[in-house]
Design a protein around this ligand. Structure first.
Ligand code: APR
Length: 256
């Protein structure tokens, strides 16, 4: 694999971004990798090693053992609260100010884009920070102080809904659940209208999120992949920039 070198960012791409009317970005776990956030499957360590991701990230899993599932998500929430946005998140927050229209769509549940200053982020898979009641769906607000127990890999009894007494569940999209309809429609709509799309740090294996780049490709937008490894998008994007998001995006911003 060639190491990324700033001269590999084509000058015509910089020009195309400068002239873009509507730029859409789709991010995946790779954009948070340099903040030290393990990808979903890499988070199955220690206590969680004994379970399949689908067991912990599903309504069935939650019904079977609410404390096990809640404990796993609390452990992950703690990890992202301790992490910091990296230069890729920061570059994307700046990029939003350089084009007339900007839409940031993410599959990540860590809120690092917001912490880097991005606004109106479309969260296709929800957020670790917006839990709700499993029974009545009312939102639940976390205490601002982080309980020390969430540092540990252990089962934790979920809090109860103050309205109906139901168990609180994580605010993420689980296996077998539909994506939030309105948000997905907004993302599809933006992909169908944009003139430039950046696809950053996603394997493109999880659907329907992985359809978003195809919409832009079909619509003849200029598409750019940023990823150190190869994906199914390699041959269909206009530019395939091989390397880390935290190196390529800041370099791109320097050139803009
Ligand atoms: N910069 C850019 N890309 C990176 C970097 C980096 N520094 N490090 C890793 N990547 C790439 C990997 O090469 C891989 O292609 O990020 C991608 C991560 O792929 P996945 O782990 O499959 O993440 P994602 O595509 O976001 O998965 C989608 O699946 O795990 C579920 O719900 C979860 O939202 C997630 C969804």
């Amino acid at each position: 694999m060639n190491k990324f070198d700033v001269t590999t960012i084509p000058t015509e791409l910089i020009e195309q971004i400068r002239n873009a009317e509507h730029l859409v970005v789709l991010t995946g776990a790779g954009v948070s990798a340099e903040s030290g956030i393990p990808t979903f499957r890499d988070a199955m360590t220690g206590l969680w090693e004994n379970y399949r991701a689908e067991e912990l990230a599903s309504a069935g899993g939650f019904r079977k053992s609410p404390p096990l599932v809640w404990g796993w998500y609390e452990w992950r929430r703690n990890m992202v609260l301790q992490a910091k946005p990296n230069p890729a998140h920061e570059a994307l927050a700046k990029l939003a100010t350089k084009v007339p229209r900007f839409t940031l769509v993410t599959q990540n549940v860590d809120n690092l884009h917001e912490r880097a200053g991005s606004i109106d982020v479309l969260h296709l898979h929800g957020s670790l920070h917006s839990p709700r009641c499993f029974a009545c769906a009312r939102p639940y607000v976390f205490d601002s102080t982080i309980p020390p127990e969430i540092n540990e890999e252990k089962s934790i009894e979920p809090p109860r809904c103050s309205h109906c007494g139901g168990k609180i569940r994580p605010g993420v999209v689980w296996f077998g659940e539909l994506l939030p309809e309105k948000i997905f429609q907004q993302a599809e709509g933006a992909a169908g209208k944009c003139d430039v799309m950046l696809v950053i740090g996603t394997s493109g294996l999880v659907f329907p999120a992985a359809n978003i780049p195809s919409i832009a490709i079909h619509n003849k937008a200029i598409t750019v992949q940023i990823n150190p490894t190869s994906t199914d998008f390699d041959s269909s994007v206009t530019y395939n920039l091989i390397g880390k998001a935290g190196e390529i995006l800041p370099a791109m911003m320097e050139l803009l």
